[in-house]
Design a protein around this ligand. Structure first.
Ligand SMILES: N[C@@H](CCC(=O)N[C@@H](CS)C(=O)NCC(=O)O)C(=O)O
Length: 235
């Protein structure tokens, strides 16, 4: 059994999609990050980094209970555990390259683009431009790569498509504007539409509706999500 620590945000939603695709049994543990549940000692024992997603596999290697944190690590772990969606051994260098491209590029730049456009107490034009442009540049790289391809790695759907989908699904929020956010990236848009139509995507999306996650951005949420805006407190 997998215990899946979840909040309906991009990185955990990748894991929701992976679990739904491979059909592993899992128990959802809601972590309401706007209420600061990622900072409790119980959750820190699962993810010392205090972020979602994380999982505990009660039947890990050698039959031992194992924790795994960080969405890319979890995708690889579940892919290797099930032998599903990780491509062939020959695909491995390409799979790792694109997985890390998303983990270190698309994801963090998208997250910072969202932060500086919606959450930062000051609207800093420099930061907004920097992160939006980096997101667009990463989208361009993917768009070019997908020119004559249906999937990011090899000829099949893989954890890399799942990882990219988690962030591309948020493109309207990452790159708000007048037009359709992916209009300038036609290959990426075609790829996104195909992945988004998978039945497992609808099931992954539905997970977010199972719990009354806090939506208000009040001081409790601000302190929980952006502790660096406040004086350091001992935990
Ligand atoms: N590199 C991590 C990033 C995880 C992350 O930033 N998660 C966000 C949700 S998408 C989170 O937990 N935010 C709450 C917080 O930062 O306190 C991953 O890929 O899992």
């Amino acid at each position: 059994m997998i215990r899946f620590y979840f909040h309906p945000t991009p990185n955990p939603t990748k894991i929701a999609l992976m679990l739904e695709e491979v059909g592993l049994a899992y128990q959802l543990v809601a972590i309401d990050t706007s209420r600061g549940e990622q900072h409790t000692p119980e959750f820190r024992a699962v993810n010392p980094n205090g972020k979602v997603p994380a999982i505990v596999d009660t039947e890990g290697p050698g039959g031992k209970e194992m924790r795994v944190f960080d969405s890319s690590a979890i995708l690889l772990y579940l892919g290797e555990k099930t032998g599903r969606l990780i491509g062939s051994p020959a695909d491995r260098p390409v799979l790792l390259s694109w997985l890390f491209f998303i983990a270190t590029g698309v994801g963090p730049f998208s997250g910072q683009a969202v932060h500086f456009q919606y959450a930062a107490p000051e609207k800093l034009a420099y930061a907004v431009n920097r992160y939006r442009r980096e997101v667009e540049r990463h989208y361009e790289v993917l768009d070019e790569h997908l020119k004559e391809r249906d999937f990011i790695v090899g000829n099949d759907y893989s954890i890399v498509d799942i990882s990219a989908w988690g962030w591309l699904d948020r493109a309207p929020r990452v790159l708000p504007g007048d037009g359709v956010p992916l209009a300038a990236f036609p290959n990426l848009e075609r790829w996104f539409r195909a992945i988004d139509a998978r039945p497992a995507v609808a099931r992954a999306r539905a997970l977010g509706k199972t719990h009354a996650f806090k939506k208000e951005m009040d001081e409790e949420a601000d302190r929980a999500l952006f502790p660096s805006n406040y004086a350091k407190v001992a935990r």
